[in-house]
Write a protein that binds this ligand. Structure first.
Ligand code: HSE
Length: 453
């Protein structure tokens, strides 16, 4: 008498699966955590097939245990002590989706010290404390994965580290904050005011706990810091980034940009120059016909210019519960496949191995080289040429000059598009222009990005 091979294999398969299940401990069960729980449960079999083993959420730390139980039911152990999850022997990988930088740093470092892999969507944590966290992870031979930290649903970290691994990256530029893109779109398309648009973004769960991180450009700068480190193999240089949000942006400039054939977007740009890297977040004009100008609502898009692949562009949801969960779980699948593999075989945390990290400097603002838009209030429409002449005298290449369409309550305004010029040169020229008798008010300047070659 012998057992049917299927029957005899089944218990073995079960035993095998039980041994090799990747056990996940999660810190935080808010927007991202609950999405991760749902998607893990819904797509369990497919995820296990892709990971080569099953992935089980075994423990969750939450501030409000009752609310957490409402999400995960009784299938998962619950604790109010995040450190318990970070250090528990039954946890193989810690998913940190609580946000913030204080306690999160301690939890992540504790998890690493206990030999656990970490998956996080916490861009602020990595942009600010990444050097310390990645060094600790390298030392321990564990993985810190963070696809969900940048442009959530777009696998841009994977694209830079793996898909474009053959390339020398020249620049990365993108709309990498969903909240501000949502606000700009609502203001432009529906005439909503800033506060109402922000309130909607908050209600939809797009905004950070502190929405000033979104509207002041800080969140985008966190993400840009991670993108630049991956693209150029440079250290995380968040503190050196130039950061400007959308709070000072005026509706009149949105309208004048449209008149000139452009649309204003909050863009993060990391561009390699001979002397260093431009690392900047700011509202810029992009040609209205460019794909980047069509990215609206909470969507994100990232363009990469590299020497072999050329221009590539990636588009997807920039915020949202399951959209972020998609990236978090993709990281878990990577961890499941690489857990137990020698650390030298892991894809490096920042796109390059520590010894290859080059010390590219972040360029000062004055060295940033772009075209610009200027709006210059004047006393009379015939002063348009005086404005152009003044800029040309100061070595600013003037490409286009026009009068802004008349608006009730405002005097004549000259609109200028320049050719590429160093910010330092432009600043001096604007200073000189501002002092001219023809100029009737503050000159506004915004960068223009062609997003070509
Ligand atoms: N507050 C962020 C955004 C969430 O609006 O893009 C996703 O990182």
């Amino acid at each position: 008498m012998y057992r049917d091979p299927v029957e005899s294999l089944e218990p073995l398969h079960h035993r095998h699966a039980a041994i090799r299940t990747l056990r996940v401990g999660m810190i935080g069960i808010g927007t991202v955590g609950s999405g991760t729980f749902r998607v893990l449960a819904r797509n369990r079999a497919d995820i296990a097939a892709r990971a080569g083993r099953s992935i089980e959420l075994v423990m969750v730390a939450a501030r409000n245990l009752e609310r957490a139980a409402g999400v995960v039911g009784d299938s998962v152990a619950l604790t109010a002590d995040a450190m318990q999850v970070a250090t528990h022997p039954d946890v193989d990988v810690v998913v940190e989706v609580a946000g913030g930088t204080g306690p999160a740093r301690d939890w992540v470092l504790a998890a690493i010290a206990h030999g656990k892999h970490v998956v996080t969507a916490n861009k602020a944590l990595l942009a600010v404390y990444g050097a310390e966290i990645f060094a600790a992870a390298r030392e321990k031979g564990v993985i810190v994965a963070y696809e969900g930290a940048v442009a959530v649903s777009i696998p841009i970290i994977k694209a830079l580290r793996e898909g474009l691994a053959a390339n020398r990256i020249e620049w990365v530029a993108g709309i990498i904050n969903g909240t501000t893109n949502f606000i700009l779109s609502k203001m432009r398309d529906e005439g909503l005011d800033f506060a109402a648009a922000l309130a909607q973004a908050q209600a939809l769960g797009y905004a950070e706990a502190d929405p000033s991180f979104d509207i002041e450009g800080i969140d985008a700068a966190h993400k840009l810091t991670l993108l630049a480190a991956n693209a150029f193999g440079m250290p995380l240089r968040f503190a050196d980034a130039q950061v400007e949000g959308i709070t000072a942006l005026q509706g009149v400039d949105v309208a004048c940009a449209e008149q000139m054939g452009y649309r204003i977007k909050l863009l993060g740009v990391a561009r390699r120059q001979a002397a260093g890297v431009e690392l900047r977040v700011q509202p810029v004009l992009v040609p209205a016909t460019h794909l980047m100008a069509q990215v609206s609502g909470s969507m994100n898009a990232v363009m990469v210019k590299s020497d072999a692949a050329g221009l590539t562009m990636y588009y997807g949801a920039g915020a949202g519960s399951e959209q972020t969960a998609s990236a978090v779980i993709a990281d878990l699948v990577d961890v499941a496949r690489l857990d137990g593999v020698h650390a030298a075989q892991h894809v490096p945390h920042l796109g390059v191995h520590a010894h290859a990290t080059n010390a590219l400097a972040v360029l000062p603002r004055a060295a940033v080289h772009t075209s610009h838009y200027l709006r210059v209030p004047v006393h009379a429409v015939n002063q348009i040429q005086a404005v152009a002449a003044s800029l040309a005298e100061q070595k600013v290449p003037v490409r286009q000059v026009a009068l802004a369409a008349e608006r009730p309550g405002t005097g004549p305004q000259v609109l200028v598009l320049t050719g590429p010029v160093e910010q330092g040169t432009l600043d001096l020229a604007v200073h000189a222009l501002q002092a001219r008798a023809e100029v009737a008010g503050a000159v506004t300047t915004l960068r223009v990005e062609s997003l070509e070659g």
